[in-house]
Design a protein around this ligand. Structure first.
Ligand code: 5GP
Length: 114
């Protein structure tokens, strides 16, 4: 996998507003927020897209989702709700090819998404 801007954020080569970190997950505010809360949760190992997940990633992805949901609840959005989105490839609008989960909260959202 080629290096992405998110690998540079993991290595602290470019700045980011980091809100959560553990051994396997890093979370930082999206530079172009689409909701009052918009945080990106990424695995520290580079995985390009959802298509690239293997059985070996099961625990890693579970931890990624758990980190996001715990953060959402800690920020007070458990009851009102929040959205988790993972875009995969062109038609979904993926622009950074390091797998990331968008956590969006703080406003009512539409369904279906655009
Ligand atoms: P995608 O479209 O791939 O699902 O989402 C990529 C997200 O990364 C976009 O929401 C975009 O605003 C965000 N993003 C792109 N470059 C940077 C950056 O350098 N820093 C931060 N914090 N977010 C970025």
């Amino acid at each position: 996998m080629t290096d992405t801007i998110f690998s540079k954020i993991i290595r602290r080569e470019i700045p980011a507003d980091i809100v959560y970190e553990d051994d396997e997950v890093l979370a930082f505010r999206d530079i172009n927020p689409q909701a009052p809360l918009h945080v990106l949760f990424i695995p520290k190992v580079p995985i390009a897209t959802l298509n690239d997940l293997t059985e070996a990633d099961t625990l890693r992805i579970g931890k990624l989702v758990l980190a996001a949901t715990r953060y959402a609840k800690a920020q007070g959005y458990g009851e009102s709700g929040y959205r988790c989105v993972v875009n995969c490839n062109r038609d979904a609008g993926q622009t950074v090819f390091h797998l990331h989960l968008h956590l969006l909260a703080g406003r009512a959202m539409q369904w279906p998404p655009g």
